[in-house]
Design a protein around this ligand. Structure first.
Ligand code: ACO
Length: 430
């Protein structure tokens, strides 16, 4: 294959370097194009724009492949934990025993949030959306960690920031839930694992006995591992963009949380459950809803279906569907929403519209069923996604700020507004 691409513009031709990835993916490097030709490239929605050369995650949307640092997602889902996967994503290799011990210990020690921060929770109305609380509280962490506000952190400071964010975001999430139901905050406990600690902070109560359920801890680990990274998705690109101004990591992650909140991205898991409930309340006729999703005028989409990158199947969806069945079986729960989800999937996958447009269930289609079985309220689903995606955000931020070609991200545009115009004083305007 050629290592340069030729661009012919009028009479002139230009050689542009071709970049080849590990799996033979090809890109044409157009960095020099504007200087040499005066042209920019247009790609609305970044449908075909490579924003980074990255060593973190490989995915092939056609073949349904997802690997973190080369390790297939199926292996990580089966054998790893979220804490270990977070280290893998951020530092590039699986930790040895000593590294994992230190990492886990640091996460435990950093679980507590400053006592003063509890007053901020008190100020939020109980109706506040937990994503709003999460993004503001992550930003608020900067108030108590002014050491981390400088533009460049050294290795040790980065490590400290990573464990701080991974540990405290989970506590903030649990506190936001306790706030919403008016129950006392439950402090983190040192002898619990990461996911068990989260479950305990969510569901324990000073006056009730609460036993952390190992099946749920395992399922939560799985959900977090499956969400941990997904290369240049909307929220990760946001993290890269905001971080590229050398904004501090609290503000940067808070921006990522904002991007994740949207229903076309992380907010889809909440939309899926609400959609399944709507279908159930409407009598459960899935065919009717599939027809509605095909009708552009209805404004309705099948949430949890379709993906910008996966055009065959989402490997995470297959794993999570299996887990949804296992969790419900283990808990002895019969959730009619799971049945509706399965019927809806079947109806959509055999429908020509969905076949032609290559629309398949994505990771969010079944994750909500498990989260619901755990007792996580629907408006916290996207918060769960945010906790899971945090290692990916941190890994991409680290990779970006350490890259030799680091630059502030700043796309260009083609201006299509009015040509030069004159200012008209107010009393002369029509
Ligand atoms: N239901 C019905 N039709 C759909 C759906 C859907 N879920 N998704 C896409 N389509 C149709 C579109 O109407 C469009 O049709 P057209 O070509 O006739 O105009 C075509 O399929 C392509 O869709 P786009 O929106 O252009 O595809 P894009 O890659 O921009 O969007 C997205 C991908 C946002 C995920 C989209 O499929 C969607 O809205 N899905 C529902 C929301 C969702 O589940 N989001 C979670 C994504 S996974 C994640 O973030 C973890």
């Amino acid at each position: 294959m050629p290592d340069t691409a030729k661009l012919i513009l009028g009479e002139k031709s230009y050689d542009l370097p071709v970049i080849t990835g590990t799996e033979n993916e090809k890109a044409i490097d157009i960095t020099s194009l504007r200087n040499s030709t005066g042209y920019i490239t247009m790609d609305s929605g970044f449908m075909n724009t490579g924003a980074a050369v990255s060593n973190i995650t490989y995915l092939d949307g056609e073949l349904g492949i997802l690997r973190y640092r080369g390790i297939p997602i199926e292996q990580l889902a089966e054998q790893s934990t979220f804490v270990e996967t977070a280290y893998l994503l951020i530092y590039g290799t699986l930790p040895n025993k000593e590294e994992l011990g230190k990492w886990s210990q640091a996460l435990t020690e950093n679980s507590y949030i400053h006592e003063d921060m509890k007053h901020f929770f008190d100020g939020y109305p109980s109706t506040a959306h937990p994503m709003a609380i999460l993004s503001s509280m992550v930003s608020t962490l900067s108030i108590h960690n002014s050491w981390a506000l400088k533009p460049n952190l050294n290795e040790a400071e980065k490590y400290r920031m990573f464990v701080l964010l991974l540990a405290k975001m989970r506590t903030i999430a649990a506190y936001s839930y306790k706030k919403s139901i008016g129950e006392p905050y439950i402090y983190p406990t040192d002898n619990f694992s990461y996911c068990a600690n989260f479950m305990n902070m969510m569901f324990a109560h000073p006056s009730r006995h609460y036993e952390v359920n190992e099946t749920l801890v395992k399922a939560l680990n799985l959900i977090f591992v499956l969400h941990a990274d997904h290369e240049q998705n909307c929220s990760t690109s946001t993290v890269r963009l905001v971080g590229s101004s050398k904004s501090n990591l609290f503000a940067t992650i808070s921006a990522g949380i904002g991007a994740l909140w949207g229903p076309l991205h992380g907010g889809a898991n909440q939309e899926v459950i609400e959609m399944l409930e709507q279908i159930r309340d409407d009598g459960g006729n899935v065919k009717k809803w599939v027809e509605k999703a095909k009708d552009k005028d209805s404004g309705f989409r099948l949430y949890g279906f379709g993906h910008r990158v996966y055009k065959n199947f989402d490997p995470r969806a297959n794993i999570i569907k299996k887990s949804a069945n296992e969790v419900l079986d283990a808990l002895g729960i019969e959730d009619p929403l799971l049945e509706i989800a399965k019927k809806l999937e079947e109806a959509a996958l055999s429908d020509q519209y969905f076949i032609d447009k290559k629309l398949y269930p994505n990771v969010d289609f079944y994750s909500g069923i498990i989260l619901k079985a755990m007792g996580i309220p629907v408006n916290m689903f996207t918060v769960m996604f945010a906790i899971g995606r945090l290692p990916g955000w941190l890994a991409h931020w680290k990779e970006m700020v350490e890259a030799p070609d680091f630059k502030i991200n700043r796309p260009r545009q083609i201006y299509h507004g009015p040509a030069i115009n004159n200012y008209i004083p107010l009393d002369l305007r029509k």
